[in-house]
Ligand binder design. Sequence first.
Ligand SMILES: NC(=O)c1ccc[n+]([C@@H]2O[C@H](COP(=O)([O-])OP(=O)(O)OC[C@H]3O[C@@H](n4cnc5c(N)ncnc54)[C@H](OP(=O)(O)O)[C@@H]3O)[C@@H](O)[C@H]2O)c1
Length: 316
Amino acid sequence: MSTARAIGILGGTGFVGRALVERLRADGHALTVISRNRGKHAQRLLAPGVDLVECDPYDVAALARALRGCEVAINLVGILNDPGLGDSARGFERAHTTLTSTLLAACERAGVGRLLQMSALNAGRGHSHYLRTRGRAEELVKAAKIEWTIFQPSVIFGADDGLFCRFAALLRLAPLLPLARASAKFEPVYVGDVVEAFARTLRDPATVRQTYELYGPDVLTLAQVVRLTARAQGRHRLVLPLPDALGRMQAFAMDFVPGKPFSSDNYRSLLIDAVGGIDGLHRLGIEPTPIAAKLGDILGHAEQRQNRLDRYRARN
Ligand SMILES: NC(=O)c1ccc[n+]([C@@H]2O[C@H](COP(=O)([O-])OP(=O)(O)OC[C@H]3O[C@@H](n4cnc5c(N)ncnc54)[C@H](OP(=O)(O)O)[C@@H]3O)[C@@H](O)[C@H]2O)c1
C-alpha cells in the first residue's frame, strides 16, 4: 500500500524547508510549498512533484484554498528576530502565534487532519519573546482537534545553516570576536536527522499527539562553536567572552542595527541552555549525526559560495 500523502508546507523555502522538500519528494509525497513570495524562491524549489504557491499565510480563506486537497500540513515558519528596530514582541507574536492560529483555522476549513509543527527546545520557558511565543503556539496546537506532532530542535546545522556558516562568514573578516553568553550550551542537531524525523513521523500513527526534542550527540558552548569553526577553517581567531553586563549592552546596541545580527531577545533566549532531556531522535529510531562527520563539507561549501560571491563583486 502506498503511503504517499498530499502535504502543504509553510516555511518550505527556508534552510530546513529545502532539505525537507528534498527528503519528502524522495518518499513520493505530493508537496505544495506555500510561500509569501513565489518569485523569490521559484528557481530553487520548482522540481517535479513540488507545487510552489504564493499565499498570504495570515489570510485564513487564502490559506485554506492553498491547503485544499492536502491531508497533512507542516508548519516550519519561524523568526529569530523581530524585523523592526528595537526590542519588540510584535513580529514574534505574528509569525509564531497568529500564524499558527490562522493555520489551524485554515486546516479545519480545508479538511486537513494532520499537522507537524516546528517549535524549539525550551518553548514556553524563560523571558524571551521567541520562546514565549513558541510556547503559546504549542498550546494552540495541543488544544486543537487536529492530529498534531510537535518538534523541538536545538540549533540545527547543515549546508547554509545559521550556525557554523554564519560564524564562518564573521570569522573571515574579524580577527577577534567579542561574544555575549559565550558559555550558553547547545546540542546541535543535523538537518538531515531533523528531516528524517519528519519523514518517519508521517509514516507512524504512534507519533500523533507526541512532542519530540531533537538534539545531537555533541554538547558545545557558544564559544566552542566559534572556536571549532575557526579551527576547521584553518584560521587563528580570538574569542572574547563578554561579561553579562557587557553582553547585554552589545545586544541592546544590535537591536538598532538593520538585519539584527544579535538582539536583546537572542540574549534572553541564550539564558537557557538549548540542551535536551528526552532524546526524540532515539525515540524515532534515528542515529544522531555528530558534528565532526559533516563540518568539513558544510564549511567547504560555505567557502566556495563566498569565493564565488567575492569574484562576482570584484567583477561588478
Ligand atoms: N535553524 C535552526 O537552527 C532552528 C533551530 C530551532 C528551531 N528552528 C525552527 O525551524 C523552523 C525552520 O527554520 P529555518 O532555519 O529553516 O528558517 P528560515 O530559513 O528562516 O525559513 C523560514 C521560512 O518561513 C517563512 N517566513 C519567515 N518569516 C515569516 C513571517 N514573518 N511570516 C510568515 N512566514 C515567514 C519564509 O518563507 P517564505 O518567504 O517563502 O514565506 C522562510 O523561508 C523555524 O520555525 C525555526 O524557528 C530552527
